[in-house]
Design a protein around this ligand. Structure first.
Ligand SMILES: CCCCCCCC(=O)SCCNC(=O)CCNC(=O)[C@H](O)C(C)(C)COP(=O)(O)OP(=O)(O)OC[C@H]1O[C@@H](n2cnc3c(N)ncnc32)[C@H](O)[C@@H]1OP(=O)(O)O
Length: 143
């Protein structure tokens, strides 16, 4: 596994090192393109007492899948996201998030992701991403 590093400091809520109130996730990628992130979610992201907020769970899955695209050198935005909330995800426990790129059909990229604790799947997701140009992605950064 090797780190999937960002080129520049940025403010992404999921992985931006420059976003001090974000999740600041670190991702690894295997030679086969499997994305892995081991992390503990801080208490400020609480939803149900002691557990991670559902919107943050969706973010974790989305973020990991977007890294699976990046590992394929694809710049893409989430168009459709499905989440299965199977078990509550505890705060402050080391969870493992994995994701993989499944297939591409033109601009459409299909990915899946899971969140596990001690081998048990707590949440899983699938998403459709649409490839965009770097210009499209960065078009609002000058505002
Ligand atoms: C490096 C990138 C950073 C990644 C950050 C982490 C990921 C994110 O959270 S991104 C933020 C959340 N996402 C967004 O804000 C995206 C908002 N949406 C958009 O801007 C646009 O819809 C965008 C750019 C994704 C696609 O727009 P557009 O280029 O017009 O594509 P559109 O025509 O709607 O759809 C493309 C194809 O997908 C198909 N499609 C759309 N929805 C679905 C669906 N639910 N199921 C199956 N197919 C679908 C369309 O039919 C179309 O197919 P075809 O090309 O065969 O005609």
């Amino acid at each position: 596994m090797r780190p999937l590093a960002h080129g520049a400091a940025h403010h992404c809520f999921g992985c931006g090192k420059a976003n001090r109130s974000g999740l600041r996730l670190n991702f690894l990628v295997s030679d086969e393109g499997l994305i892995v992130c081991r992390t503990k979610i801080p208490a400020r992201f609480e939803g149900p007492p002691g557990y991670v907020h559902g919107g943050v769970i969706a973010t974790l899955l989305d973020e990991a899948m977007s890294k699976a695209n990046r590992a394929c050198n694809v710049i893409a935005m989430t168009r459709h996201l499905e989440v299965d909330y199977r078990r509550p995800v505890p705060l402050r426990s080391t969870i493992e998030i994995t994701a993989r790129h499944l297939k591409a059909e033109g601009r459409k990229h299909f990915c899946e992701a899971e969140i596990r604790l001690h081998g048990e799947t707590l949440a899983s997701g699938k998403a459709l991403f649409i490839a965009v140009t770097k210009q499209f992605l960065l078009s609002r950064t000058k505002d």
